[in-house]
Design a binder for this molecule. Structure first.
Ligand code: TYD
Length: 207
């Protein structure tokens, strides 16, 4: 059982790297599942719609964190835990660390409160490996702006917000280097993919 999450700011190339890792894993096993946060299951996708709707400008930070957590609680119990229990590899596009980085370091909510809410939501489940694609904010936002249809409520935040998010990720990663793989995302797609594969291969071999 292996639980791998991907984290990073907007435009860090998460989606591309997840796809490449999935392609590689699927050549090795049928027992690999990709899911995403917020969403990944019916109820979660409905909550995602509320969270990412640009019209919901009056959403309070507290409501936002509880909605993210509600989606996560559902996803963990409905999808992630059952698959892990059956011996699958589960890859999740964002997980609890997004809450710590965005709502905690980004919006300034108490990290202790967020950890308590998160532990409740996940039942204490944390990833075995978190791949963090580290990229400077200007480069990330520039990449994203190239695809305006992907613009959403979260991405409309100020550059300063994203800088806090990035600093938060780096702090989280530094505090738990055994779980986090920090990847310099300002390199070629293939170089990054190789670095990620190497680490995942070691993990799978070590089981
Ligand atoms: P999404 O369109 O999935 O963005 P990305 O492709 O960058 O993953 O939107 C998810 C947004 O929600 C993203 O801006 C990060 C944010 N988010 C939080 O603020 N807190 C959370 O706990 C999670 C899971 C996501």
């Amino acid at each position: 059982m292996t639980f791998i999450t991907f984290e990073g700011i907007e435009g860090s190339g998460k989606t591309t790297q997840i796809r490449l890792l999935m392609d590689w894993l699927r050549q090795r096993t049928d027992r690999v599942l990709l899911t995403r946060e917020p969403g990944g299951a019916d109820i979660g996708e409905q909550i995602r719609g509320v969270l990412l709707n640009p019209e919901n400008t009056s959403m309070t930070p507290e409501a936002e964190i509880l909605l993210f957590s509600a989606a996560r609680a559902q996803l963990v119990r409905e999808v992630i835990r059952p698959r892990l229990a059956d011996g699958w590899i589960v890859i999740c596009d964002r997980f609890a660390d997004s809450t710590l980085a965005y709502q905690g370091y980004g919006r300034g909510l108490s990290i202790d409160d967020l950890l308590r809410i998160t532990e409740f939501a996940t039942g204490g489940l944390w990833p075995d490996l978190t791949v963090y694609l580290d990229l400077d904010v200007e480069t990330g936002l520039r990449r994203k702006a190239a695809t305006p249809e992907e613009w959403n409520r979260m991405e409309a935040q100020a550059v300063a917000f994203h800088k806090r998010v990035r600093a938060g990720y780096r702090k989280l990663a530094a505090a738990d280097p055994g779980r986090w793989l920090v990847v310099d995302a300002d390199r070629s797609v293939e170089t990054i993919a190789k670095q990620i594969r190497r680490r995942v291969e070691q993990m799978i071999a070590g089981e």
